[in-house]
Design a protein around this ligand. Structure first.
Ligand SMILES: CC(C)(COP(=O)(O)OP(=O)(O)OC[C@H]1O[C@@H](n2cnc3c(N)ncnc32)[C@H](O)[C@@H]1OP(=O)(O)O)[C@@H](O)C(=O)NCCC(=O)NCCS
Length: 181
């Protein structure tokens, strides 16, 4: 049967998903920033941050949880949560970081980001975390608007190293139990 246009599945990422994420994570990262960042800088960042070892370690880290969005059986995006040390400007209780949320470019604007974030908020709730926070490049207006629609508000900045340069990322946060559009 033909699937409706926006049919999707969200499922948990497991330690068996290394191959999936090793392919999806650098590809979606590249698509997100290709128009704003020099290709050699993107290559350098991807070579250092998306190695198989790094991805495998993330997927087996008990402080990390992740979800993949699929259209049919084709992965089109993912999100990662991480319980670790929050940025200094995050003051809310029991924080959890939305460490990554990335879709393929062709999948943006169809509600897949919303479905991934909903799964992340449910997981954060299940883990009894109370504050969700994230860092976002201030030039990433699409992502910032998405987070604002979901009730995230700017709480400060924190340093983010990209290809040898330190940037000030905006830090946004919301209550896990807050309203979900
Ligand atoms: C950030 C990101 C995950 C958000 O996802 P998104 O697809 O843009 O956001 P949504 O899932 O809310 O979808 C938004 C659009 O889909 C529509 N939509 C929402 N739910 C829908 C549904 N169930 N079915 C169909 N369409 C839907 C909305 O009406 C909205 O359209 P509009 O903007 O014209 O009003 C995505 O933009 C992305 O991956 N960007 C590139 C990577 C990136 O920058 N990541 C963040 C780094 S900090």
């Amino acid at each position: 049967m033909k699937q409706p246009l926006h049919a999707r599945t969200i499922r948990r990422l497991t330690s068996s998903d290394t191959d999936l994420l090793v392919e999806l994570a650098p590809r979606t990262f590249r698509e997100a920033y290709a128009s704003q960042v020099r290709p050699e800088e993107l290559d350098r960042h991807i070579r250092s941050d998306f190695t198989r070892e790094h991805v495998a370690a993330q997927l087996s880290d008990p402080r990390t949880a992740g979800f993949v969005a699929l259209e049919g059986d084709v992965p089109i995006g993912y999100a990662l949560l991480h319980v670790g040390s929050p940025a200094a400007c995050v003051e809310g209780p029991r924080p959890i970081e939305l460490a990554r949320i990335y879709l393929e470019r062709r999948a943006v604007g169809k509600g897949h980001g919303a479905a991934l974030l909903r799964a992340c908020l449910e997981e954060a709730d299940r883990l009894e975390r109370e504050t969700m926070w994230l860092g976002v490049w201030d030039a990433n207006t699409v992502a910032r608007a998405f987070y604002e629609r979901w009730g995230f508000r700017c709480v400060g900045t924190h340093p983010y190293e990209f290809a040898g340069t330190i940037y000030d990322d905006l830090v946004m946060a919301r209550a896990v139990a807050g309203p979900r559009p």
